[in-house]
Design a protein around this ligand. Structure first.
Ligand code: ADP
Length: 244
């Protein structure tokens, strides 16, 4: 009886996760149409008042679109826990791809993205291979680097580093020169929908990025931690095992 009950609860939970994923997916199409219509209306009107209203609506729409995308990512991760595509891969290559895809965003704030990969001395300079889902690792890194860019001042430096921690482990550091994260809010930043009160109304976001990162880290059985001195930037550290 107990087993049957657990099975029923599990099925209901999975149905609910699928519902959130389907709902987020369905919401995306009307959002795209609304955006196209608003942009068209903006071009057609000469009234400053209407222009302003449309611009505010477009900003809110952008926020809603990001929120929906974040929800869809998390719901898909929740629903697909067992279906990760684990393969041996070069972690430095995935880091490079993530950096490449954010270059133009960094450019908008004149932020320098520096990728630093330490030679693997213990293995005669062979590249570091790890086991993981390539696309999901890229998503994880993109979320962290995007945050570093988003919260950093213009003309600053964001550093992405790969180095040996021990014979068996490597670490990835993502360091920025942003405002840092006060210790009082540090325990909450990986929570779903959490956003620091100081930036909530200033910098757009969904509060779902780090929740996805943490979920992906857990699925890979890696660890993530962060260190920050307010005013002096933040460092996010991922520790992961090397493939033998
Ligand atoms: P979002 O960036 O969409 O708000 P996240 O889940 O990615 O959501 O991050 C949660 C919160 O953690 C952010 O709202 C911000 O307050 C804080 N945060 C994350 N990364 C950084 C960073 N590099 N520098 C400063 N604050 C950060």
């Amino acid at each position: 009886t107990l087993n049957a009950m657990i099975e029923r609860i599990d099925r209901a939970f999975k149905t609910q996760q699928q519902f959130v994923a389907d709902a987020s997916h369905e919401i995306r199409t009307p959002l795209t149409i609304i955006q196209a219509e608003l942009e068209l209306a903006l071009k057609k009107t000469n009234s400053p008042g209407i222009k302003e209203s449309i611009q505010v609506s477009l900003q809110e729409l952008e926020h809603l679109t990001k929120l929906t995308a974040g929800l869809l990512t998390l719901a898909r991760l929740d629903a697909s826990e067992e279906s990760l595509d684990f393969k041996a891969l070069r972690i430095d290559e995935v880091m490079m791809e993530a950096v490449q895809s954010l270059k133009s965003l960094a450019l908008t704030k004149n932020i320098h993205l520096e990728l630093n990969v330490e030679e693997n001395e213990s293995d005669d300079g062979l590249p570091v291979e790890v086991l993981g889902d390539r696309e999901k690792i890229k998503l994880m890194l993109i979320n962290l680097i995007e945050n570093a860019i988003k919260y950093s001042p213009e003309n600053s430096l964001v550093r992405i580093q790969l180095s040996q921690l021990s014979q068996q482990q490597v670490k990835i550091l993502i360091t920025d020169e942003g405002p840092g994260i006060p210790s009082i809010i540090q325990p909450h930043i990986f929570d779903r929908f959490y956003r620091a009160p100081t930036i909530r109304n200033k910098i757009p976001g969904s509060g779902l990025g780090l929740a996805s990162v943490q979920k992906l880290i857990k699925m890979h059985k890696w660890t993530i931690s962060m260190d920050s001195n307010p005013g002096q930037g933040s460092v996010f550290k991922i520790i992961l095992p090397k493939l033998d």
